[in-house]
Design a protein around this ligand. Structure first.
Ligand code: ATR
Length: 288
């Protein structure tokens, strides 16, 4: 009798903290849907130890990693190559370890956002004015896909306006053929069709720093979900036409990672519904 041992491909999500991560549940649900056999775990890594950890996982035969807070920049510096979205974001959330011992870095966050907006929520971005609030890592990850989506104008609004100005000066954003403006909080010279919260403000307890006039008659999207989706809940009562949280983005960015690793894009709606049932608004954290 010939015994065949096929090793099961192993994946990890790495962050700190990581206990709350829904990524194993999402990826295991995708694998079940597509009949793939995988092992997907989570690992908490100490600050400063990301590269060493990734190297060990690669050496042990690991096939891929998702990377979340606070290691997306470490992952960007660690990998051998990056795709255009990771380069524009200066951050990597997906690593593929290849058979020739290479580490390839990707960023699927912005693609996940765009897919959630257009396919789940039916938002048509063509010719629209988008107000993106925040100029940290989350905002930078969303910028390129938004600028490639056919929008007419993007206003980047941030508490520290200089950070927004600096970000928009990067050639990859400046040369995207979209009208750009950097603004301080609550300074808006033209109403926006779509308002996206990419700040980490929702994690704290401070009073809402935004004025209702920003979201009046706009579709509002909060990249946070669960208790941190304070912008989502506030906008719903502040005149937004619709207001949604970022749970769909979480599932969509995972689907894109899955596709990078396995070559097939899973159906996301059943998994989104599963995660939504388990984590209704108000019961979850705000990172992958
Ligand atoms: P992330 O990776 O989640 O984007 P980050 O890079 O630390 O985190 O960026 C946090 C963003 O949230 C920044 O745009 C920050 O504004 P500043 O650049 O002025 O610091 C924004 N932010 C955080 N707390 C805020 C608050 N209370 N009010 C307004 N903006 C806030």
């Amino acid at each position: 009798m010939i015994m065949q041992t096929t090793e099961i491909n192993r994946y990890l999500v790495v962050g700190n903290p990581i206990a709350h991560s829904r990524s194993p549940q999402i990826h295991n649900a995708f694998a079940k849907q597509l009949g793939d056999k995988i092992i997907y775990d989570k690992a908490e890594v100490e600050t400063g130890e990301f590269s060493q950890f990734a190297e060990q996982f690669k050496s042990s035969g690991g096939k891929g990693m998702n990377v979340t807070v606070p290691f997306k920049i470490d992952a960007y510096n660690y990998v051998d190559t990056v795709d255009e979205h990771a380069r524009a974001a200066s951050a990597v959330n997906t690593i593929k370890f290849t058979s020739d011992n290479q580490s390839k870095g990707f960023n699927t966050d912005g693609i996940g956002l765009l897919r959630d907006l257009s396919e789940r929520h039916g938002v048509d971005l063509q010719g629209k004015h988008v107000l993106l609030i925040g100029a940290g890592g989350a905002a930078q990850g969303a910028l390129l896909p938004l600028l490639q989506a056919g929008i007419r104008r993007l206003t980047l609004m941030n508490r520290t306006v200089e950070k927004a100005q600096l970000l928009l000066q990067q050639p990859v954003f400046r040369n995207a053929g979209v009208e750009l403006a950097a603004q301080a909080l609550n300074m808006l010279d033209e109403p926006a069709d779509l308002v996206i919260n990419a700040t980490s403000f929702g994690l704290g307890n401070e009073v809402m720093p935004l004025q209702p006039s920003l979201v009046n008659d706009a579709f509002c999207y909060d990249m946070s979900y669960g208790p941190a989706a304070r912008f989502c809940r506030w906008a719903a009562g502040a005149g937004a036409t619709s207001s949604v949280d970022g749970l769909g983005m979480l599932v969509e960015q995972a689907a894109q990672s899955y596709c990078i690793w396995h070559g097939q894009l899973p159906r996301t709606q059943p998994v989104y519904e599963l995660i939504r049932r388990a984590q209704p608004v108000g019961a979850q954290q705000s990172s992958a």
